[in-house]
Design a protein around this ligand. Structure first.
Ligand code: UTP
Length: 284
């Protein structure tokens, strides 16, 4: 299976940090966000990845490209660990790129992958969200796709007062954590939301999605919404992800994710806890 990573958005919620730098390249603790995303695809058994980019996104290509000067410098300095790290990034997967010429929405970004994908089912991982769980999120969706032979999307329960930020589904649970979806609504008002199960940025889509996107008119925000195209599919399943999804598209979520990931690292954990305690004391 191939994967598509849309990463062409303007990232307006994170300005000015994203004025000249892609939000997908913002580091979360010690790695750019999009590297976590690619590692998830690889851990799910995918090694053919298409990144949808746009203007100001060159640094994404540079990050996954070979850097001869850097490698030579590290080698001469005997920094073997760093050299291995840098080389591992280049060897992660076969990555290619396509440009979305105008930022017309997520549906349009995925449509840019049509030629590369052909008619097969493929995975979509949003370039500005990271997932963490016992089984990679995309792998869980591939399993649902293989079992039911239909598109599968990842879901997470969100607080009722936050449904307006997400695509929300109405569905029937057909087995533990798996829903057959009857309806999808993009960013509904809280009192109109059919549930609090939100679409969380990971998808396995059947090839007919491209025709459905083609038939989709601009929706919320004047953008070609993927959720609207998904609604047109004959069958679609949702999987409540056993794990956690981190949306780094706004500054507070990005900051919390960086702290959480630093706390997972034994090297920084104790020093960070001491620092946070001292900051709390200062604030009290
Ligand atoms: P978002 O809606 O979160 O990204 O899309 P955005 O539009 O960049 O963010 P804000 O709202 O202005 O802050 C989720 C993912 O889809 C990509 C984004 O790059 C992000 O990784 N995307 C979005 C595209 O590739 N093209 C688009 O036209 C829109």
């Amino acid at each position: 299976m191939k994967a598509v990573i849309p990463a062409a958005g303007f990232g307006t919620r994170f300005l000015p940090a994203t004025k000249a730098q892609p939000k997908e390249m913002l580091p979360v603790y010690d790695k750019p966000t999009i590297q976590y995303v690619i590692e998830e695809a690889v851990a799910s058994g995918i090694d053919d990845i298409l990144i949808v980019t746009g203007r100001n996104k060159r640094s994404i290509e540079d990050h996954f490209d070979k850097s001869f000067e850097l490698e030579q410098t590290l080698q001469s300095a005997g920094k073997d660990d760093r050299l291995r790290q840098v080389r591992a990034i280049t060897d992660l997967a076969d990555i290619c790129y396509v440009r979305q010429k105008e930022q017309k929405g997520l549906g349009d970004a995925i449509y840019c992958a049509k030629k590369h994908i052909g008619g097969e089912a493929f995975a979509v991982l949003l370039g500005d969200s990271i997932t963490k769980g016992p089984t990679p999120c995309t792998k869980q969706l591939i399993d649902v796709y293989e079992k039911y032979g239909a598109s599968a999307i990842s879901l997470e329960e969100v607080p009722r007062d936050k449904v307006e930020r997400y695509g929300i589904i109405k569905g029937t649970e057909v087995e533990k954590d798996v829903y057959k979806i009857d309806k999808l609504v993009e960013k509904p008002l809280a009192h109109q939301a059919p549930s609090n199960l939100a679409i969380m940025g990971r998808y396995v889509l059947t090839g007919d999605i491209f025709d459905k996107i083609d038939e989709t008119e601009p929706g919320v925000g004047g953008e070609i919404q993927l959720t609207d195209a998904l609604s047109k599919l004959d069958a679609i399943y949702g999987n409540t992800f056993e794990g956690k999804t981190y949306d780094i598209g706004n500054r507070f979520e990005w900051l919390k994710t960086s702290i959480e990931f630093a706390l997972d690292d034994d090297e920084s954990k104790d020093a960070l806890i001491d620092y946070m305690k001292s900051m709390i004391n200062k604030c009290e």
